[in-house]
Write a protein that binds this ligand. Structure first.
Ligand SMILES: Cc1cc2nc3c(=O)[nH]c(=O)nc-3n(C[C@H](O)[C@H](O)[C@H](O)COP(=O)(O)OP(=O)(O)OC[C@H]3O[C@@H](n4cnc5c(N)ncnc54)[C@H](O)[C@@H]3O)c2cc1C
Length: 202
């Protein structure tokens, strides 16, 4: 029976990134199990947005994580690309969400203010703002804005990545670093034992 120092259950982006972090931090024998066929995984089929905008209105820890993670995206992507040879297709163009009508415009404006407070409390800025139609069309004249749009929540320093390539690169980097990935393997039970060498579970 094989033995591991750490077993990660999930080869989605959460599990794969955790497994990579573990081997990068020096964990010796890390196994990553995933039961899905690669084509079925949520982590491959999402929109790939690398945003912090709107995240964590009711949860300051989540807001802080999203803000910090987004700041680190360009360096993280460059490092992963260099290490693996994958092109993650990160486009650091901007993020924008349209508001329809006055009510939604005001709701968005209020959420920006509350996220500013949340981020300031943990020493981070929250440089998001509402643009009126005129400001937005002057900023991006090539984008046609629908008539019902009253304003746009906008931020420059965020973008999107190719989620499929990201997942492949993270998993590849994990294996390059000596991690063991087991696709199409379901973990059906976790049974603690004390019989392994050095007290390690088997
Ligand atoms: C429509 C949509 C759009 C989204 N857009 C974005 C976006 O733009 N940006 C963004 O950051 N996020 C986005 N998300 C959210 C993002 O996709 C998820 O947060 C992320 O994929 C979750 O990754 P995960 O690894 O936690 O879960 P998953 O990708 O679901 O991975 C979990 C894996 O664990 C495996 N597993 C579970 N139990 C076992 C077991 N017992 N044994 C072995 N394997 C097991 C499953 O097979 C699965 O492959 C979006 C989500 C949706 C639905």
């Amino acid at each position: 029976m094989a033995s591991a120092d750490v077993i990660v259950i999930s080869g989605g982006i959460g599990g794969a990134a955790t497994a990579l972090g573990l081997v990068e931090e020096g964990a010796e024998k890390v196994f990553d199990f995933d039961e899905h066929l690669p084509s079925l995984r949520l982590s491959r089929g999402n929109l790939g947005l690398t945003w912090f905008m709107c995240k964590g209105t009711n949860n300051s820890v989540y807001a802080e994580w999203c803000r910090m993670a987004t700041e680190q995206w360009p360096q993280f992507a460059a490092r992963l690309e260099k290490k693996t040879g994958y092109h993650l297709e990160l486009e650091w163009t901007r993020g924008a969400i349209q508001a329809f009508g006055e009510k939604q415009y005001n709701t968005y404006a209020t959420s920006i203010e509350s996220l500013k407070v949340v981020c300031t409390e943990v020493g981070l800025n929250y440089p998001v703002r509402m643009l009126c139609r005129k400001e937005f069309t002057e900023l991006l004249p090539d984008i046609q804005v629908g008539e019902d749009v009253t304003g746009i929540m906008c931020k420059v320093d965020q973008g999107h990545v190719n989620p499929k390539k990201l997942l492949d690169a993270v998993r590849w980097a994990f294996q390059q670093k000596g991690g063991h990935y087991y696709g199409a393997h379901s973990v059906t039970a976790i049974v603690p034992e004390t019989c392994g060498a050095n007290g390690k579970n088997q």
